[in-house]
Design a protein around this ligand. Structure first.
Ligand SMILES: Cc1cc2nc3c(=O)[nH]c(=O)nc-3n(C[C@H](O)[C@H](O)[C@H](O)COP(=O)(O)O)c2cc1C
Length: 199
C-alpha cells in the first residue's frame, strides 16, 4: 500500500472486464478480507458482518447458480445479454460474498427496543462500509472488482451449496480478478452542489 488513503479511494472503480488471474496470492486475499472484517465499524460494535470468499471452481459455481436461476425468470429473448454479463463475472478469479448475521441483528433489536427499526438499516450500512474497504484494498493491489446484487434470488441455493448458516443474509456479491480492460471515464456532478461546509 503506497498511495495515501484518498488516492486509493479515488482509484477504486467498478471493473467488469476481469481475467481468471490474481495479482496477489490467495493468502493475501484472505489477509485483506480478514483485516477489513476485523476493522470495519459496525453499529454497537455488533460485528454482524460475515464474508465468504469463493475461489477456483467454487467461484465458477456461484455464477453458474446465478445463470441458471436467472434463466428461469428472464424472458428467453433477452436472456443472452444477462448470460453475457454473468459470464463476465465468472471470467474473474474469485467472488466475495457479503452477508449480515440476522441473529445478531435480532438480538440487538430485542436488547435495545428503542432502536429496533434502525438495526437492520445499520447492519446494511455496516456491510456497505466493509464492501468499500475490501473493494478499495483490492484496487490497491491491482485487482478489479464490481458490486453485484443477485440476492435474494440466489440465496437458497448459495446457502445449501456452500453450507452457509441459515441466519446469514446475503447482501452483495463482489466478483474480482486481474483487470482485463480499464473502465471508462466517470462523470461527476459539481461537488459544491453536494457538499456544504457551514461555519
Ligand atoms: C450500494 C451500491 C449498489 C450497487 N449495485 C450494483 C449492482 O447491483 N450492479 C453493478 O453492476 N454495480 C452496482 N454498483 C456500482 C455502481 O453502479 C458504481 O459504483 C457507480 O456507477 C460508480 O462507478 P464506479 O464504481 O466505477 O466508481 C453499486 C454501488 C453501490 C454503492
Amino acid at each position: 500500500m503506497s498511495k495515501n488513503f484518498l488516492e486509493a479511494v479515488q482509484s477504486r472503480r467498478s471493473i467488469y472486464a476481469l481475467s481468471k488471474e490474481s495479482t496477489i496470492s490467495d493468502a493475501r486475499i484472505q489477509e485483506i478480507v480478514e483485516a477489513a472484517v476485523l476493522h470495519s465499524p459496525t453499529s454497537f460494535n455488533s460485528q454482524s458482518s460475515r464474508v465468504v470468499v469463493l475461489l477456483g471452481d467454487k467461484h465458477d459455481k456461484v455464477w453458474d447458480i446465478t445463470t441458471e436461476t436467472l434463466r428461469k425468470i428472464v424472458p428467453a429473448d433477452s436472456f443472452e445479454g444477462t448470460a453475457q454479463k454473468l459470464a463476465s463475472f465468472k471470467a474473474g478469479y474469485g467472488t466475495v460474498l457479503f452477508f449480515e448475521d440476522q441473529a445478531v441483528v435480532k438480538n440487538l433489536q430485542e436488547n435495545f427496543a428503542l432502536y429496533a427499526e434502525n438495526f437492520p438499516i445499520w447492519s446494511n450500512q455496516s456491510s456497505g462500509i466493509l464492501q468499500h474497504v475490501v473493494w478499495t484494498a483490492f484496487a490497491e493491489e491491482g485487482l478489479g472488482a464490481s458490486l453485484q446484487h443477485y440476492n435474494p434470488l440466489i440465496d437458497d441455493e448459495v446457502k445449501s451449496t456452500f453450507g452457509i448458516p441459515a441466519d446469514w443474509k446475503l447482501i452483495a456479491q463482489m466478483p474480482f480478478g486481474k483487470t482485463a480492460s480499464a473502465p471508462g471515464d466517470k462523470e461527476f456532478q459539481p461537488v459544491e452542489d453536494r457538499v456544504k461546509v457551514i461555519k
